[in-house]
Design a binder for this molecule. Structure first.
Ligand SMILES: Cc1cc2nc3c(=O)[nH]c(=O)nc-3n(C[C@H](O)[C@H](O)[C@H](O)COP(=O)(O)OP(=O)(O)OC[C@H]3O[C@@H](n4cnc5c(N)ncnc54)[C@H](O)[C@@H]3O)c2cc1C
Length: 285
């Protein structure tokens, strides 16, 4: 029978790992999914985290990760495309594999990427962040893949395998891009069309496509859980216990708002972990 996790934590930064550690302390079995390294690893020196001055961001992340692993937390490399709440369980699309959990904690940080012109306007009308979720809609059609995340070549391969004519856009050709997929060097400059997507602009040229898959390492919160209420600044709306409007769904760290700092992410991870453990205990009674 398919495994049902107590909680799937999306993100292995300070917030996600803190949530997972506190779930373990409460005897729960979380699975942490991570799309790859987090931004903190780029910090040369972190001086404002209590009791650990002078560490590099990488050293700090290694300590956080070791702590979680010592407590038996499983951390898996997988980019989540979307989360579907089904009442008392959630389906989580982790790089094409569908996982089931009784609760979900969103701890995905913030995307530093600025939307390209047309991206928001055509979201759901040709623009997608998840090849596995939406690929079938574009069978036998021309699609562009803008490969920014680590899984993008595999996703392009998947689209080609189901019959899409894929044009792969990236600054550099990935070594494992499948032979039959044409490569366009550059960046996605604009998505254009009328009712739906009709073309994209790349390095001054126009490529006619009906779909464009923008595959960044992080997915905007609103696209991850469709209909999830966000603040005006695009952060996930949560209460003081990190609960979202959806029962069993929590959010912590940078994605839940300012200040975007490690100590706040760790604290919110703790609060979300404890609130989630309480939710699981209540739900199992
Ligand atoms: C250069 C730099 C220097 C900094 N210096 C400091 C400092 O000195 N002091 C300080 O307090 N803060 C500092 N910060 C800020 C700090 O890094 C963040 O506040 C903190 O990392 C937020 O933690 P988080 O867990 O919310 O998100 P993140 O650390 O951003 O982690 C997000 C996680 O989610 C994963 N993820 C995202 N989308 C998906 C998806 N769709 N599926 C699966 N996984 C996903 C990512 O791979 C990552 O593991 C700095 C940041 C940068 C970039």
């Amino acid at each position: 029978m398919e495994k049902v996790w107590d909680c799937i934590v999306i993100g292995a930064g300070p917030a996600g790992l803190s949530a997972a550690v506190n779930l373990r302390q409460r005897g729960k079995e979380p699975l942490v999914l991570s799309a790859g390294d987090n931004l903190l690893r780029k910090a040369e020196r972190v001086d404002n985290y209590l009791g650990m001055p002078g560490l590099t961001g990488g050293e700090m992340m290694d300590r956080f990760t070791d702590h979680a692993r010592q407590l038996g937390v499983e951390v898996r490399l997988a980019q989540v495309g979307n989360v579907m709440p089904l009442g008392d369980t959630f389906l989580v699309n982790a790089g094409g594999e569908i996982l089931t959990a009784r609760s979900v904690i969103l701890a995905c940080g913030v995307s530093k990427a600025r939307a390209v012109p047309g991206e928001e306007e055509f979201l759901g009308r040709g623009v997608s962040y998840c090849a596995t979720c939406d690929g079938m809609l574009y069978r036998d059609r021309d699609v562009a893949v803008w490969g920014l995340g680590p899984n993008a070549p595999e996703e392009a391969d998947f689209l080609a395998s189901i019959g899409c004519r894929v044009h792969y856009i990236a600054a550099k050709k990935p070594p494992h891009l499948a032979d039959g997929i044409p490569f366009l060097e550059g960046r996605l400059e604009a998505v254009e069309g009328s009712q739906t997507v009709e073309r994209v602009r790349v390095g001054g040229s126009i490529v006619p496509v009906t779909g464009v898959f923008i595959l960044r390492a992080s997915v905007p919160a609103g696209a991850l859980v469709p209909g999830l209420p966000l603040t005006e600044d695009g952060y996930v709306c949560v209460d003081r216990r990190q609960c979202t409007e959806i029962p069993g769904l929590f959010a912590a760290g940078d994605m839940a708002g300012q200040p975007l700092q490690v100590a706040k992410a760790v604290g919110e991870g703790l609060t979300a972990g404890l609130a989630c453990a309480e939710y699981l205990d209540g739900a199992s009674r």
